[in-house]
Design a protein around this ligand. Sequence first.
Ligand SMILES: *Cc1c(COP(=O)(O)O)cnc(C)c1O
Length: 371
Amino acid sequence: MKRIPVAAPVLTGNEKAYVMECLDTTWISSAGRFITEFEQGFARFTGTRHAVATNNGTTALHLALVALGVGPGDEVIVPTLTYVASTNAIRYVGATPVLVDADPRTLNLSPEDVLAKITPRTKAVIPVHLYGHPCDMDPIVEACRARGISVLEDAAESHGALYKGRPTGSLGDVATFSFFGNKIVTTGEGGMVVTDDDALEKVLRLYRGQGMDPERRYWFPVVGFNYRMTNIAAAIGCAQLEHVDELLAARRQVARWYAEHLAGSEDLVVQPVQEEWAHHAYWIYNVLLAPGATAGQRDAVMAAMDADGIETRPVFYPMHVMPVYTADSALFPVATDLAQRGINLPTHGLLTEEDVARVCERLVHHAKQLS
Ligand SMILES: *Cc1c(COP(=O)(O)O)cnc(C)c1O
C-alpha cells in the first residue's frame, strides 16, 4: 500500500512554466518580474498595502523584529507552543522571549496569559496562528494598542485563514509568512513580510538588501542582511497564487473528510475545532488522544501508524522544554498537556477520501488499544 506523507506540495499550475521562463531568460537571481508580481499579488491576497519577499519565514521574522526596532533589553511575548523559529528570531535581535501558555480550544497563545505577562519592557507580541487556526486577536491587539506595543503576527501556517472575516497577516502592525515546501503556499524555501505601514516597508527593504541606500548604490548606512528571495522561488509563488483558492479548498475538503470519518470516536478529540469567528486554513488537521494520555502512549500510536505506512507528527514540543528556552512546565499546564497528547495528521491537497478514511480507520484502531 502506498505511504501517506504528512505534507506534500501541489505544483499542478504554472509552477514549471514560470520556473522555465526564469532559466530561459537567465533571470535566476533576486531581480526579475516574478519578485514584484509575487509581492504585489501576496499583498492583495492578505489585504495589506505592502509585501516584502524574503528567502524564508525565519528571516522574515528576524527582519520584522529589526524593522520594529526590537533589541537588547526588550521583552517579546510569544507562545510556548510554536515552531522554534518564532522564538529564535527574538534571540537573534538580542531581546528576551517571554513565553505564554496555550488556549485549550484553539491551541494558540492564551490572551489572558498575554495580558498577565505584559511589563513596561514589553516591546512586541507575536501571536502565531498555529496549524492554520487564527488566534483570538481582538483582546491582544486592543491591549497592545493601548500600551504602544507592536503586534507581529507569525502567519507562517495560516495563509488564507480569516479572523472575523479578515485575513491573518492583516490584523497586527506587521506579519510574516513562510513558503517552505510543506506550507499552504510554497516557493520551496521562501518568506514574506506584510504591513500597511509605509515607513516600516522602507526599513524592511533597506535591511533585506544589505542595508544599501535606495538613493545611492553601494552605500550602506546600516548593517543589513541578504535576505532576498530569488526570481525562481517567486515564479513558483506566482503560480501558487493563481490557484490558491483551489489549494485552500482542497485542505478544507480534507478537513471535512476527517470530521466525517472520526465522528463518534471516543478515544480521540479533534482540536482545534473551528471557532465561530474563525475560518481555519487547515495547514494541519490535529487530534488529541483522550485526556490523561501520556506522551509515551502518543508516541506508540504514531509508531503504529508509521508501521501502517502513515506519516504523522507530534504537536510541537513547547519551547519551555527546549534546553535553550527551558522554564518550569508547571507555568504552562495547557501547552504541556496539548503537546503530549497531540498528533498532526496528514493534511495536503493530494489526499483522496480513501486516504483519509484509511488514516482514520488505523488511528481509531490504535487509539482504542490504549483504553
Ligand atoms: C514554518 C514556520 C516558520 C519558519 O519558516 P521557514 O520558512 O521554515 O523559515 C516560522 N514560524 C512558524 C510558526 C512556522 O510554522
